[in-house]
Design a protein around this ligand. Structure first.
Ligand code: MLT
Length: 411
């Protein structure tokens, strides 16, 4: 008898990007114990949970210690108190009506975007923008929906849609037929956005080709420009062709607390093996009921607090704080002549390395000469080569300090 590895795991090219970066940074710190590193790599927040969230969290923990209020297993789909606030606050103001049964509370958008592909046939062709959040690609590779890795950093059978300065970071429609399209806007990693008209092109395309859009809106709360859609459902017809993922991680500092949700409209139908229409929403419900026991009660109460008047004000202050950091980064990098993108509707700043230095080399330069941790663009896909991503999630003081150090560099 032998236990055999899932052969598709053998296709995976590298460590998970942020694990690899952490490994390199730890090694550097070990070799240079006095280096005062400023971390602007992974998009992890530095501000603590806001007061109203902490209060709700504590109250809910106390309830768990009270025999009359204690809660055991909750609904796998999330508690109605949170689902109703999501619909009322995140969608109603945009003119989007949703039913409770269309919102699924979870432990975050990384899990949801990684897990959702399970619902689709292995033969389906996925398309991703390139560069891209690695979870979309890696989870499909693990599921056997790709072929082998190629020498130039792609995977066979995955359609890559380059997004670079040359096309203003707006992906072109695929030339080949694709079934599932991952879009993330505001974009991770480039920090760029699509206008409503540009997103409509994708919704229309999905209708025309019977494709499905998996729309990651984890960074929606950072949008400050008019005409940038906060939800794909602001686009007519999107409810028939798009699933949307949201996260409290960056919106409300829940990176360690874990909570998010996804919206699976009842209008979406896909095909079964006999070519018949099958509703997508019950499939996700079935998947979640089998493999997930819901986000914890205190965490969902904590998330609910961001929809109170006080909570809204408090998280807005934090979002503005990070957006101010983003502006500091943008302005300073531009001052030294770098080509800088993103950072207006997003906590991510994406810039071209000077003199076409490759991403990992420039990552090392920043680490070694400025003690600043970044994310190499190439880690997000071949079209990210020659770019670097910085996050605005550190403190204002450290962000300013990092910029001073980068300005001192000679390149
Ligand atoms: C990132 O840095 O891209 C994100 O923090 C990763 C994530 O949200 O999982």
């Amino acid at each position: 008898m032998a236990v055999n590895v899932n052969e598709y795991y053998e296709n995976i090219q590298n460590n998970y990007l942020f694990v690899e970066i952490a490994r390199r940074v730890d090694k550097y710190q070990e070799e240079n114990p006095d280096a005062d590193l400023i971390k602007m790599g992974i998009g992890d927040v530095t501000k603590p949970l806001v007061k109203s969230v902490i209060k709700a969290f504590h109250n809910a923990v106390d309830e768990m210690a009270d025999a009359d209020k204690f809660r055991g297993y909750g609904p796998e789909q999330g508690y109605d108190f949170l689902i109703e606030d999501v619909i009322e606050n995140d969608f109603k103001p945009l003119g989007v009506e949703l039913k409770n049964s269309e919102v699924f509370i979870s432990d975050g958008a990384k899990c949801d975007t990684g897990n959702f592909q399970e619902l689709f046939s292995q033969d389906n062709i996925i398309a991703v923008t390139d560069p891209v959040y690695p979870v979309y690609v890696d989870s499909n590779v693990m599921a056997g929906r790709s072929g082998k890795p190629t020498d130039d950093g792609f995977y066979e059978n995955i359609v890559y849609l380059p997004c670079t300065a040359e096309n203003d970071f707006v992906p072109e429609l695929p030339k080949e037929d694709v079934d599932i399209i991952y879009l993330c806007y505001p974009n991770n990693p480039t920090g760029t956005t699509l206008t409503k008209d540009q997103l409509k092109v994708w919704v229309d395309y999905a209708h025309e080709k019977n494709a499905l859009i998996l729309f990651d809106a984890a960074y929606e709360a950072f949008i400050s420009t008019d005409n940038v859609p906060h939800s794909i459902y602001e686009i007519e017809g999107a409810k028939e062709v798009a699933v949307e993922f949201r996260s409290y991680s960056k919106t409300a500092g829940f990176t360690g607390t874990r909570c998010g949700y996804c919206v699976v409209p009842e209008e979406i139908f896909i095909k079964n093996s006999k070519g018949e229409d099958v509703q997508l929403n019950p499939l996700w419900n079935r998947r979640q009921s089998t493999k997930f026991n819901g986000a914890s009660y205190p965490v969902q109460r904590a998330a609910q607090a961001i929809y109170t008047d006080e909570g809204k004000k408090e998280i807005r202050e934090n979002l503005d704080y990070y957006l101010e950091n983003a502006k500091v980064i943008r302005d300073n990098l531009e001052k030294i002549g770098l080509k800088v993108y993103g950072g207006v509707d997003s906590p991510y700043i994406w810039f071209k390395t000077p003199d076409d230095i490759d991403s990992w080399t420039f990552f090392d330069i920043l680490l070694d000469q400025a003690n600043v941790v970044s994310t190499p663009g190439a880690g997000f896909g071949p079209s990210g080569e020659g770019y670097i991503r910085l996050t605005a999630f550190n403190t204002y003081e450290k962000t300013v300090e990092a910029m001073e150090r980068i300005k001192e560099l000679k390149f």
